[in-house]
Design a protein around this ligand. Sequence first.
Ligand SMILES: NC(=O)c1ccc[n+]([C@@H]2O[C@H](COP(=O)([O-])OP(=O)(O)OC[C@H]3O[C@@H](n4cnc5c(N)ncnc54)[C@H](O)[C@@H]3O)[C@@H](O)[C@H]2O)c1
Ligand SMILES: [Zn+2]
Length: 373
Amino acid sequence: MRRSVQIQTARGLSKYEILISNGGLLRAREFVSDILGDHPKKIAIISNKKVFSIYGEDLVQELTSSQCPVVVYLIGDGERFKSFSVLETTVDFLAENKISRTDCVIALGGGVVGDLAGFAASVYLRGISFIQIPTTLLAMIDSSVGGKTGINSGHGKNLIGAFYQPRGVLIDASTLATLPDREITCGLCEAVKHGILSGYRLFNKTKSLIGDVKFDNEFDAFLAAQIKFKAKIVSGDPNEDPSRSDQRSRKILNFGHTFAHALEKVTDYKYLKHGEAVGHGIVFAVELSKKLGILDESVVNLLRGVVHRIGPLPSLEKLDRQQVFESLKRDKKVIDGTLQWVLLNGIGKPVIFPHSKLGDALVKETIHEVISQ
Ligand SMILES: NC(=O)c1ccc[n+]([C@@H]2O[C@H](COP(=O)([O-])OP(=O)(O)OC[C@H]3O[C@@H](n4cnc5c(N)ncnc54)[C@H](O)[C@@H]3O)[C@@H](O)[C@H]2O)c1
Ligand SMILES: [Zn+2]
């Protein structure tokens, strides 16, 4: 069964399709030619060795035709390859292969490949067509939707990047069959985040999947519901307007991420995967909301329980609490000198709180509690 989600972007005119189609990878040519039209185009697939060794050959075979040559560039596997130097070699590859304004970049892989390839497509020749084929759960429901692309720098994660919408996104959940359990856990953490922000309907749908993930029709419906939620938020605030702080501003998608980014930073991006850090970050935001007296104890217990059921999250026991606090205060999402916390009034009711209203003591106390749990 094919499902389609439309997303409206910054200029208000360009819309693109996110197609959810089990087995769709093997019908990619139709999707690509619907987007690019029929006349000859060159396609540059950007992937990593691991993903390409599983799905690359099928995709190349499907896309290659006499009119449409395909070239392939493989980056290394891992967060550290979302870097300036890999961006440079990727753009060099596009230039060496004479990729032109009418050609297209396709990202085949998880969020690392998608973020890097999207950014390369946005800067090469001031922007060429870009299509995402995400192959992790996290990339399907989150990173491939909404047009944030970028790389990391020594000064911070995702510090350099662009809002650059793809021309289309093709999601084939059958590719998740080879994804390691730990990566499924990561995707479910982001999915629970969306559920909490959206309301009971998406939250319960997501909750019912935990511990029983099967890549069937129902799963495709879950993906569509997840993507629709993210698409709705992104369409309403495509460039994350810094002056907005309402319940539907794009900033709310940062729920759980302030603490998550601090954890990733102090562990040098090696100990925790991004989604696992988000799992801990959700618990942190929930505890902080409880301390502020804005979230019911029953919801706190429900959410703590759901995060723990998703899967084992690496223990935080050995982390230095002071380092985590200092890292939090250097978060890149500081606006007017203060950190913006996304907290919770209830399921479906996010609230944005400036750090200046909370104070250091409450945050330090919460760090202590969450790390000791
Ligand atoms: N752009 C955005 O809006 C946005 C949103 C959320 C996260 N992100 C970024 O996404 C990145 C994390 O993405 P991720 O969780 O997909 O990690 P990832 O891209 O590192 O992929 C995780 C692992 O799974 C492997 N893999 C991918 N697909 C596979 C498959 N089908 N079968 C077997 N193995 C497979 C990869 O090789 C890798 O080892 C981070 O850099 C994060 O900053 C971006
Ligand atoms: Zn995230």
